[in-house]
Design a protein around this ligand. Structure first.
Ligand SMILES: Cc1cc2nc3c(=O)[nH]c(=O)nc-3n(C[C@H](O)[C@H](O)[C@H](O)COP(=O)(O)O)c2cc1C
Length: 306
């Protein structure tokens, strides 16, 4: 059975995954603790916590809330910063067989470029995932990913600053996700991750105030799966680079849905909180489905429902 998929076919060195199951940024920290729970080397790839130029403490509590079939979070990019990541974490990644993709977040195009350049050539880092769900301080806090031009500007700056494969992770909080996808592919993205969290909120009716310290947060988990699937289907019809489906994947069947919608790989995020073994359960489920359906190469399923 072939489970291997290529995420950066436009690059000479490529980014070959032994299977299509990745972890989603921010839901497994930098992967180090996960090694105590399951064999990370069985996965297709690990994606790091969102990393910024300087360390960040994140937002005040409360910063998570449960919702029906999902959760809200406003972690605020708590992370050790790129220097500590390169110094302390990347050397551990370099001993793993599984490729690690570093998720980066910046407040300006220059910050994104500086992060990409700092990570270039670092042993243990196999790719960059760009979180464009960040406010662009220069244009009044609008998210980079909400404007095709801003998203393209970040993409080309990152692509210029590194020789690593570049994944652009899109926000669903837009009117037309296809326009943003087209713009980032034209600007040089090797692959696209669809989607980040949906902007949402909850209210504590006894306290008569919002639950989250920042009022709004991001909704994730099974509740967003149909939205993510729709976005993957739309984007897959519009661009010719690999798509990574993300949003509510918690079983092999979920992953197969994303793959049939046009995704080449999937990421598992929130599901890990209820079931730390979820990424490997998803992988086992994909294999079971393929055996039952008599499919010998997972690539045959990519876009099969289109
Ligand atoms: C607690 C938490 C932290 C997250 N942190 C990040 C992050 O740092 N960077 C990022 O691009 N996405 C981040 N995400 C979004 C996830 O990577 C993923 O896109 C989203 O949760 C949808 O997938 P899921 O339903 O499988 O969780 C975070 C999500 C959660 C729940």
């Amino acid at each position: 059975m072939n489970l291997a998929v290529e995420l950066a076919p436009r690059r000479k060195q490529g980014l070959l995954l032994q299977n299509p199951v990745m972890t989603a940024s921010g839901t497994l920290s930098n992967g180090l603790e996960a090694t105590r729970i399951f064999d990370v080397n069985r996965l297709g790839a690990i994606v790091s916590k969102g990393t910024t130029l300087r360390p960040r403490a994140g937002n005040p509590q409360p910063r998570t809330a449960e919702t029906p079939s999902g959760m809200l979070n406003t972690i605020g990019l708590q992370n050790v910063g790129v220097e500590a990541l390169v110094r302390d974490v990347a050397p551990v990644w370099a001993t793993w067989r599984v490729p690690v993709i570093v998720n980066i977040a910046g407040e300006s195009v220059d910050e994104f470029a500086a992060l990409a350049s700092r990570l270039d050539g670092v042993p243990g880092v196999s790719g960059i995932e760009v979180n464009v769900s960040c406010p662009n301080v220069a244009v009044g806090g609008m998210l980079f990913g909400q404007d095709p031009k801003q998203a393209a500007a970040v993409t080309s700056a990152v692509v210029r600053a590194t020789t690593l494969p570049v994944v652009i992770k899109l926000t669903p909080n837009v009117t037309d996700i296809v326009a943003v996808a087209r713009a980032v592919v034209e600007a040089g993205a090797d692959a696209i991750c669809v989607i980040n969290t949906l902007q949402a909120m909850a209210i504590d009716i006894r306290a008569r105030r919002p639950v989250l310290s920042t009022v709004f947060g991001g909704l994730s988990g099974p509740a967003i799966k149909p939205v993510a699937l729709r976005a993957v289907y739309q984007v897959a019809g519009a661009v010719d680079v690999p798509i990574i489906g993300c949003g509510g994947v918690s079983s092999g069947e979920d992953a197969i849905e994303f793959i049939m919608a046009g995704a080449t790989a999937v990421q598992v995020g929130t599901a890990t909180f209820a079931n730390p073994n979820a990424p490997l359960d998803v992988l086992d489920g994909i294999e079971r489905f393929m055996v039952d359906a008599g499919v010998s190469d997972v690539r045959e399923l990519v876009g099969a429902a289109r």
